[in-house]
Design a protein around this ligand. Structure first.
Ligand code: AMP
Ligand code: SF4
Length: 467
């Protein structure tokens, strides 16, 4: 597989009273969002007169030492964590991006994916723009720099030219601006501390910093935070809201609330829905740790089956272990995920994973459980089959998606499970607890809220497939 699955990112912004040093707070905020991206981390900090930028291709604690944080002086900042595609994990692609423009120094960080980037890149190249990165984010920076008026007006005009998914945080010497696309694909939430305001992809980054959640930035809305306080400005009509349902399934942290729904509780409801849709005779319920855990708890609660810890995940492995020999690679799988034989042996096991995307993880897990002596393995995915590639920030190509190539029975055989079940689209929507019209479910049902020239989405048949 030439590309990694995930192009999700996390963004963060903070604007405090003059005396507050925000670099350590930004560090903590990014640390709380680390699950959204592990390939690069960066922040830009303003002291009111200039911006200082530091970023690198690594985890937050590796990129920022105490000395570096000390040098990043200022009371306002933006930050970014990125999980890039492998072919674009170049250090220059790390964010934020900073430019000297007619508005002075400006830094920008972006979560999401534009579907008109090829067109914008051509237009910008024709007007003489030179690109240093392969990111959509640089296109946004160039577009912004070409607009006249104030920074705020330039951002409005820029946002109106973008098509696709974008949650942006923008820092100038004297202000912090947040922008959310008119479909609201990606999350962006505003919170307040006694000494200032915070913007973040997820509420966990606010509550971790002792901030209270004010509200989510609405689709098509901009928030401007400066000395005088906070202002909201609508720059586009909300289209059809299309918040990413996969945030609930996999990306977001369980302690975050998205659109008023707590992620952990949604996942528990998903587990209960799985039981009601497909009850099974079994002895225990276990989770593929850690992302399958809340759904497994919900399944156990609804079914009355005992919830057990059957697989233990080593939390200290940040990246995939890829040893030089087959033996080492296989040991690497065990080191990441070790079965508890006393729990698994001779049992009929329901195992719940949040999702089955390429199918390789489930195949490994089923094999591990069978090798450990499980009598039966019933694999449940806590979402519908992921059949259609995402154009809005999750880098999935159709060739990688096991459910795009095979039917349910074929996937079951491929992963070696005794039964295989997916949640229905209706079951997922019910568990999220929001009207279907407010959600993007394109990777599950092919119903793309926005069709662009970005990837295979034009080929999506648009059929609602359920199972
Ligand atoms: P696989 O079916 O082998 O692709 O693996 C699916 C597992 O990867 C799930 O258990 C998720 O925890 C995780 N996962 C799901 N979506 C993504 C993604 N976009 N990027 C990285 N990991 C993911
Ligand atoms: Fe999220 Fe799937 Fe829509 Fe992409 S296609 S934004 S992963 S729900």
């Amino acid at each position: 597989m030439k590309r990694k699955l995930n192009e999700e990112c996390g963004v963060f912004g903070i604007y405090c009273q003059d005396h507050v040093a925000v670099a350590p707070l930004t560090y903590l905020g990014l640390f709380a969002l680390q699950h959204r991206g592990q390939e690069s981390s960066g922040m830009a900090v303003s002291d009111g007169t200039q911006l200082r930028l530091h970023k690198g291709s690594d985890l937050v604690p590796k990129v920022f030492s105490d000395e570096i944080l000390e040098e990043l002086k200022g009371h306002a900042a933006i930050g970014h964590v990125r999980y890039s595609t492998s072919d674009t994990n170049l250090p220059e692609n790390a964010q934020p991006l900073a430019v000297d423009s007619a508005f002075g120094q400006v830094a920008l960080a972006h979560n999401g994916n534009l579907v008109n980037s090829a067109e914008l890149r051509q237009q910008l190249a024709r007007s003489g723009a030179v690109f240093n990165t392969t990111t959509d984010t640089e296109l946004i920076v160039h577009l912004m720099a070409q607009q006249g008026g104030s920074l705020e007006d330039a951002l409005v005009k820029t946002a109106q030219k973008l098509t696709g998914a974008f949650a942006l945080v923008v820092l100038a010497k004297d202000k912090l601006i947040g922008v959310r696309d008119p479909f609201g694909f990606r999350p962006l939430v505003l919170g307040a501390r006694l000494d200032g305001y915070i913007l973040a992809s997820e509420s966990c980054a606010l509550t971790n910093l002792g901030a209270e959640v004010i509200r989510e930035i609405e689709p098509g809305e901009m928030v401007i935070i400066e000395q005088g306080g906070v202002r909201f400005r609508r720059y586009a009509e909300e289209k059809r809201e299309a918040f990413c349902a996969f945030e609930y399934v996999y990306f977001a942290r369980p302690d975050s609330n998205l659109l008023g729904q707590n992620v952990h509780q949604v996942r528990k409801r998903i587990g209960a829905a799985l039981w009601h849709e497909a009850p099974v005779d079994a002895d225990i319920v276990i989770a593929a740790p850690d992302s399958g855990t809340p759904a497994a708890m919900g399944f156990a609660e609804a079914s009355g089956l005992p919830f057990e810890i059957g697989l233990l995940k080593n939390r200290y492995i940040g990246r995939t272990f890829s040893g030089p020999s087959r033996e080492l690679r296989e040991l690497g799988v065990r080191i990441k995920l070790n079965p508890i034989e006393a729990v698994i042996k001779d049992q009929r096991i329901v195992i719940i994973d949040d999702s089955i995307v390429r199918g390789t993880t489930s195949a490994k897990i089923v094999r591990l459980l069978k090798e450990t002596g499980a009598k039966e393995v019933h694999m449940y995915a806590a979402c519908p089959p992921y059949r259609y590639p995402c154009c809005y920030g999750i880098d999935t190509s159709k060739e990688d998606l096991v459910a795009a190539k095979y039917d349910l029975e074929e996937i079951r055989r491929l992963i070696g499970a005794d039964t295989l079940r997916f949640l229905s689209v209706e079951g997922l929507v019910g568990a999220i607890g929001l009207p279907k019209e407010r959600l993007c479910l394109a990777c599950f049902n092919g119903d793309y809220p926005l069709v662009g020239a970005c990837c295979d989405c034009e080929k999506g048949e648009g059929a609602e497939n359920g199972q």
